[in-house]
Design a protein. Sequence first.
Length: 258
Amino acid sequence: MSVHLLYSATGFFVGLLVGQTGMGGGSLVTPILVLAFGVPPAAAVGTDLLYASITKAVGTVVHGANHTVQWPIVARLALGSIPGTALTLLAISYLDLNSRAATSVITTILGVMLLITAVALLFRRQLLEMGASHLGPVSARQTSILTVVTGLVLGVLVTISSVGAGAIGVTVLLLLFPRLPMARIVGSDIAHAVPLTLVAGLGHWMLGSVNVSMLVSLLIGSIPGIILGSLFAVRVPDAVLRPVLAVTLAVVGGTLVF
């Protein structure tokens, strides 16, 4: 197994961004691998899923130590996402993931998910206001059911594209739990992403769509990147980063779709 320095450099860049802001990791790795390195979409998705499970586990430890994880929410999300992931993996196991048709489908779904993520980042406040006005009062039982359904949808989409657990998950959780502090929303979303991406990533590994050398190379770069981004780098204001990241994802998503 060899280490590829360009992949490590990519991991360092993404890790630095995640360390500074907590955003951008899952939405950037797969499109970078596909567009910049010509990695087949199935391999990029599978490798990114395992990469995300490892990096987000570190974030979960930090949030857990800070008591910013709402574990009942994590459990309800996982109650939907794990079966959704398993069923999606079962469905794609009957496909040739390296075929032209499968590559086209994965690329299109990835592009659409990036566009949706960009909208969620850029117009989160407007989406929350619109959702709150249409949703109205929701009982605790309805909230629990909607949380499980959210997990189910995320399980399907993340397993196919590796994108969606971050910005989209946070936006929906803010709508379902408007009184919960933002730190607990983010912490719960990150904690839920660990079992989701781990199960999905292991499933892709069993299907042969994980590049182990690429995974190790990314981690070698991203771990010091996350540490440096967290400890030393100047934090970019969210009001500046969110539009820049959203526009970047929109351009990349549009490139993959069109």
